[in-house]
Design a protein around this ligand. Structure first.
Ligand code: CUA
Length: 325
């Protein structure tokens, strides 16, 4: 009795956490694009078919157990039994699996960019553990926050510079693997402006879990303004900028318009315009930025960023970085 109660409670806890995972801003079941809607429809079909198959199999098991109780060992009916095996064990699974396979194949084209039908190409490069973002042909590089215009087909090209990552933005499309030496692509075509959270979906080392990103969908006009602002060089010449360069930050980070051209860490040209730091790990405010600079390993152990004890210069550096809008 106690055991079954404990098992029941464990089952309930498991189901609750599973259902909780379906809600929120990162759910495949709250699609915001045609591609994601097709995927959600496919998911519901697969779930329905699976539930029916599971129910039938469970029913047969229960039927078999009840029938076997106290009965004589089955004799005769070999033809019926063989027919059941051929139909239930071969024919039905084949039909079901082939049908689901065909449905999946039919879903794929809507998730991929059609040649010559996209208006913008954004290249996202997976790194351990952040995202480089390049607007191809627009002279814009940023990190960890992709901006795209609403109701506009955008090709997202996925690459990697180190290990295999996977770009996954559940509300807009399927996962796309980032494989070193290869370029894969998916279509992003969001219905409405909004901020959508995504996550690396392939284990890529110690901080895989802290490799998130945001996709900000804006009205096309607002997006154009954002892109123009991002293309501008950043302001330099302040005391904070000198602290930045003198501390060696520029050997790992780039800030356009300065001599900082490092490619080890994220581009910081318009750092202050982003919502988060360290690939979605902490909010982008002055306190978090200061804490990150002093001890990044506390937030993201294993990342390539070392801590900096800048003492009296920290305030000037923060002023400078917070001014990079
Ligand atoms: Cu990158 Cu997991």
């Amino acid at each position: 009795m106690r055991v079954s109660r404990i098992a029941g409670a464990a089952c309930l806890a498991g189901m609750t956490s599973m259902l909780a995972a379906c809600g929120g801003g990162q759910s495949t079941l709250r699609p915001e694009s045609d591609a994601a809607r097709d995927i959600a429809t496919l998911w519901w079909i697969v779930l329905t078919v699976s539930v029916v198959v599971f129910g039938v199999v469970l029913g047969l098991v229960v039927f078999g157990v009840l029938r076997a109780r106290g009965a004589e060992p089955a004799r005769g009916e070999p033809l019926f039994a063989r027919g059941l095996i051929v139909i239930g064990g071969v024919a039905v699974p084949m039909v079901v699996l082939v049908a689901l396979f065909v449905l999946t194949l039919r879903t794929l084209p809507s998730t991929s960019p059609a040649r010559g039908k996209t208006e913008l190409t954004v290249e996202v490069v997976g790194r351990q553990w952040f995202w480089d973002i390049h607007y191809l042909g627009r002279g814009v590089t940023t990190a960890n926050e992709v901006h795209i215009p609403a109701r506009t087909p955008v090709e997202l090209r996925a690459r990697s510079l180190d290990v295999i990552h996977s770009f996954w933005l559940p509300r807009l499309n399927r996962k796309i693997d980032m494989i070193p030496g290869r370029t894969n692509s998916i279509l992003l075509n969001a219905d409405e402006p909004g901020v959508y959270r995504g996550q690396c979906a392939e284990f890529c080392g110690l901080q895989h879990a802290k490799m998130a990103f945001l996709v900000v969908v804006e009205e096309p006009n607002a997006f154009r303004r954002w892109l123009e602002r991002q293309a501008e060089p950043s302001r330099a010449g302040s005391r904070g900028a000198r602290v930045f360069l003198a501390s060696g930050c520029g050997s790992c980070h780039s800030i356009r318009g300065t001599t900082a051209r490092g490619r080890v860490g994220p581009d910081l040209s318009h750092l202050a315009s982003r919502r988060t730091l360290a690939a979605g790990t902490i909010p982008n405010d002055r306190g978090s930025l200061a804490a990150w600079i002093i001890d990044p390993q506390h937030f993201k152990h294993g990342s390539k960023m070392p801590g900096f004890d800048l003492a009296g210069d920290l305030g000037a550096l923060l002023d400078y970085l917070e001014g990079l809008r």
